[in-house]
Ligand binder design. Structure first.
Ligand code: SF4
Ligand code: SF4
Length: 430
């Protein structure tokens, strides 16, 4: 392993997995659970020594005064609240004047109660809550080890967090089942849960026993590429016509940044990645949460400084590989600036002329980008002029009305709402 240190460490963040692959649920598509084989007989319980080192090194390695301490699973709440109380105390100890620390916590919500909510609010944690939509959709793949529903407990967690003013995002996978009901999913989060921050994560799950990124076939639970495109497009159409500035879909915001500045804010849509590493319970650091596997092990923070691991040649080459391995089909694509071949973990198919390395989701991504192009251009132009992106809703509404009138049959009811026939109403106006 080459751990030559970079002299210029990029902005980075570390997703710590204090419970490793340990979880109180058994979601059917979960790739974390299979990672147990990496640590046979392992405790999957982060020691206080590793936790302290993680916090101290993460803060020390930052050249910018905003630091994120990220807690990911498995299920991190299984560590218990006292673990996180000790973590917050250590953050205070190691934070220099003028620095701010933000903790993020990814959870399935099952253990979130009043006490957790008070702690999360007091310490300004940003929570990511996993929920796949209304009950019939959530229950298909997300359940406990006996296959029982946990939906009510997850919804209770959202209500409790709302009551306590805890900031949270919903993380919703896009899978073979819920991808067929995009608006039911979106409206559920918007209208029923009143949860405005959404992340949609496509399930592209390789068919193998290792849980590593191997093989080219995907499971039946995976979303079909075209269906993924239809899902995102249907939600985009609803969002861009009525919810801009009220609902926040991470993928839309990340893609819009590409239209505005030529580069997305999301790792999956950027030319390079590698700024977000994953750290196992014992301090082992891997190139990405999606590549916790032996070939992407960078080293252990108890032996090698975290800054050296994150800035290593191995990690730089992982991040640069995202662009360097793009097939020509992507390099010639009209939407390269917004997509960059999406995440390398999903590049398991071939281009039409047989070049390997095309993203499995490509047909869906391309149809989404093509469909979203015009509204994205409008929003980008508004922002460049110092106006608000939500003005796009009025612009599109006027365009839609004009198109409808142009299409209206002369005997159809007039679009102006007069109740008269078009030919006797607005259709008479030249
Ligand atoms: S491998 Fe994928 S998820 Fe990981 S950092 Fe790169 S683009 Fe992001
Ligand atoms: S839309 Fe398809 S062809 Fe275009 S950059 Fe993305 S993956 Fe490549």
């Amino acid at each position: 392993m080459d751990n030559e240190t970079s002299t210029h460490l990029p902005a980075f963040h570390v997703m710590a997995k204090p419970t490793g692959a340990r979880c109180n649920l058994r979601c059917a598509y979960c790739f974390f659970l299979k990672k147990k084989q990496l640590y046979p007989g392992g405790s999957f319980k982060m020691s206080d020594a590793v936790m302290e080192s993680y916090i101290r090194q993460t803060i020390a390695a930052h050249r910018v005064p905003q630091v994120t301490i990220a807690w990911q699973g498995g299920e991190p709440t299984l560590m218990g609240l006292d673990f996180f109380r000790r973590a917050v105390a250590l953050e205070e100890k190691y934070t220099p004047a003028g620095y701010t620390i933000e903790n993020t916590l990814q959870t399935n919500g099952v253990l979130i109660d009043e006490e957790w909510c008070r702690f999360l609010k007091e310490n300004r944690f940003l929570v990511g809550l996993s929920l796949d939509g209304p009950k019939p959709m959530h229950d298909v793949y997300r359940h406990d080890r006996k296959g029982r529903s946990v939906y009510d407990r997850v919804v209770r967690a959202t209500r409790l967090m709302q009551e306590h003013g805890v900031d949270f995002n919903i993380l919703c996978t896009v899978n073979a089942v819920n991808s067929k009901r995009p608006l039911d999913v979106y409206r559920f989060f918007r209208d029923e849960l009143q949860a405005p921050y959404l992340q949609f994560i496509p399930i592209v799950e390789r068919k193998n026993e290792t849980g590593f990124q191997e093989g080219r076939r995907v499971t039946d639970r995976s979303v079909r590429p075209e269906q993924y495109g239809r899902f995102m497009t249907a939600i985009f159409d609803e969002w861009v016509r009525r919810d801009v500035g009220q609902m926040f879909v991470q993928f839309f915001d990340g893609a819009l940044a590409a239209w505005v500045r030529g580069k997305s804010t999301l790792c999956v849509l950027r030319p390079e990645c590698g700024e977000g590493v994953a750290m196992e319970h014992n301090g082992d650091v891997y190139s990405c949460d999606h590549f916790v596997e032996p070939s992407h092990l960078l080293g252990n923070i108890m032996e090698t400084p975290m800054a050296d691991l994150v800035g290593s040649t191995q990690q730089r080459s992982f991040g640069n590989g995202k662009s360097e391995t793009l097939p020509r089909y992507c390099r010639d694509c009209d939407y390269l600036f917004a997509c960059y071949g999406e995440c390398p973990k999903n590049r398991i198919t071939e281009t039409p002329d047989g070049e390997p390395g095309l993203n499995y989701l490509c047909p869906g991504l391309k149809s989404f980008f093509r469909h979203a192009d015009r509204p994205m251009r409008i929003m980008a132009e508004l922002l460049r002029r110092g106006r608000y992106a939500d003005e796009v809703m009025k612009i599109l509404a006027e365009e839609d009305a004009a198109k409808s009138i142009a299409k209206a049959g002369r005997n159809d009811p007039c679009m102006c709402g007069s109740g008269r026939k078009y030919k006797k109403c607005c259709g008479t106006v030249s």
